[in-house]
Write a protein that binds this ligand. Sequence first.
Ligand SMILES: [Fe+2]
Ligand SMILES: [Fe+2]
Length: 148
Amino acid sequence: MELAWQPEYASGLATIDQEHQNILRLFQELLEAIARGDSYMTLASLLSNCVAETEQHFQHEEQLAVTAGHPQCHCHRVAHQSLLRHLYRLLAQMEANPASLSVATVATTAQLVLHHICEVDLPMLRLLTPPEAPRQPQGAALMAENCF
Ligand SMILES: [Fe+2]
Ligand SMILES: [Fe+2]
């Protein structure tokens, strides 16, 4: 799966989609920084950002699911906790041995997060997405354009 944002990752909920984009971008930045051989301070800061953004997003999504009374909100929370354990493991690895933070390790976690977005989040979020607003009749737009 492509880590860069793809239109098919969109749920239709703008704030959630923005959060998903931010998380994927942060993982991408971290992967690029590791590949460049950036300093420990830079990598530690990027990894902390990934963790913080993901934690915040998970809380937001869980609130949405509970508020909407989604029947799988408990399972979703359990899935989030499992992903957070992966992220906390990366943080612990980084602290114990900075050289252990490899592109492969981070890419695996990033793919797990992306898989969660596509396979768990999207089916739930699309149920919460309000129906599309009715479109303006095309004739009205054409008439307005013809005035100028
Ligand atoms: Fe999500
Ligand atoms: Fe989620």
